[in-house]
Design a protein around this ligand. Structure first.
Ligand SMILES: Cc1cc2nc3c(=O)[nH]c(=O)nc-3n(C[C@H](O)[C@H](O)[C@H](O)COP(=O)(O)OP(=O)(O)OC[C@H]3O[C@@H](n4cnc5c(N)ncnc54)[C@H](O)[C@@H]3O)c2cc1C
Length: 293
């Protein structure tokens, strides 16, 4: 279907985009790469009066790495992350995960801000934002604010963003170079959204003990979320095969999978455990389990 009639405006700065949102009084929408918004409009799931295209705002395309932080501008695309040598050096989990997002054509246009605002529970970047202590930076009529990703990404397709606000960046604490990480997801076809995926990262002290364990899930819950029970199963222990098995059981106990046309809740729960085993073994430097799980 063709898009509903609407006014198209190209903003040249964040403040201009925010002004246009204010003028739109709840009936204006930001257009980033259009990878979700255009289908939403074509299916008439939304019919805003105004589209505010932010694609020309250069400041939003930056990847900034300091001693303390890694910041992705709202218009940083998946391919930018996937190819970034700086990110490969300083936060290699991010480029590694991008290879799992959709297909090349979509990775060429999909953006950090668009994915966070769309807030699909199976999308990779919201999962990374929540599991890696991301802070979302927003700008609106009353100025700039920062909020932990977990407070913004609170439900399926339901990010907590005011009508006059837009996302300008996502900031992560920078990792120690030795930080261990793993990621695994399962989709029925290459490029589909994950039916279940696990993000895991932790430090290992001189005795090999896991510290500051972060484990998060996508696809098997109604929002990207960390799994404190699974984290506790690994925290302060050596991540060997037995300990990882305990953490995987905790993952299966903790997830609350949706039931839909793609999979039963029980299947997604089992899958989350299998993905946890793969991700945690990768993080711990263990070989993949002999049965592929
Ligand atoms: C076939 C297909 C398969 C896909 N598979 C995956 C996948 O496996 N994994 C995955 O993570 N993603 C997947 N995606 C999603 C894709 O990667 C994009 O992340 C997503 O569509 C957002 O697209 P976009 O950045 O172009 O934003 P748009 O489509 O332009 O915008 C999406 C929404 O966010 C709002 N928005 C955009 N930018 C901002 C901003 N800065 N501030 C506030 N609101 C904003 C828009 O108003 C709109 O509501 C898939 C998409 C398609 C079409």
């Amino acid at each position: 279907m063709k898009l509903p009639p609407l006014q198209y405006v190209r903003a040249s700065s964040v403040s201009e985009a925010v002004d246009l949102l204010v003028q739109g009084a709840g009936d204006a929408r930001i257009l980033a790469g259009g990878q979700s918004l255009i289908p939403v409009l074509a299916f008439r799931l939304a019919a805003p009066a105004v589209l505010v295209d932010i694609g020309g705002i250069a400041d939003l395309k930056r990847i900034d790495i300091t001693d303390e932080t890694v910041t992705l501008g709202a218009l940083v695309r998946w391919v930018d992350i996937e190819r970034s040598t700086a990110l490969k050096a300083h936060m290699p989990l991010l480029p590694a995960v991008m290879a799992h997002v959709a297909h090349y054509q979509i990775r060429n246009r999909g953006t950090v801000g668009g994915s966070l605002a769309h807030c699909d529970p199976a999308a990779e970047m919201p999962g990374l934002a929540v599991t890696c202590d991301g802070t979302i930076i927003l700008e609106g009529a009353s100025g700039r604010r920062e909020a932990p990703a977990v407070e913004v990404l609170t439900g399926a397709l339901a990010a907590e963003i005011a009508e006059d606000e837009m996302i300008v960046a996502l900031r992560f604490p920078r990792w120690r170079p030795e930080r261990r990480w793993g990621f695994a997801e399962f989709a029925r076809r290459q490029g589909d959204f994950a039916m279940a995926g696990i993000v895991a990262h932790f430090d290992q002290d001189a005795d090999g003990v896991a510290r500051d364990v972060h484990i998060g899930v996508i696809g098997a819950t109604d929002r990207p979320t960390r799994l404190p029970g699974a984290e506790a199963a690994l925290e302060g222990r050596i991540p060997d095969a037995m300990t990882i098995r305990d953490a995987c059981r905790a993952v299966q106990d903790e997830v609350e999978p949706p039931e839909d046309i793609h999979a039963s809740a029980a299947y997604r729960r089992a899958l989350a455990g299998v993905m946890a085993n793969q991700a945690l073994r990768q993080a711990a430097g263990l070989p993949a389990a002999a049965n592929g799980q």
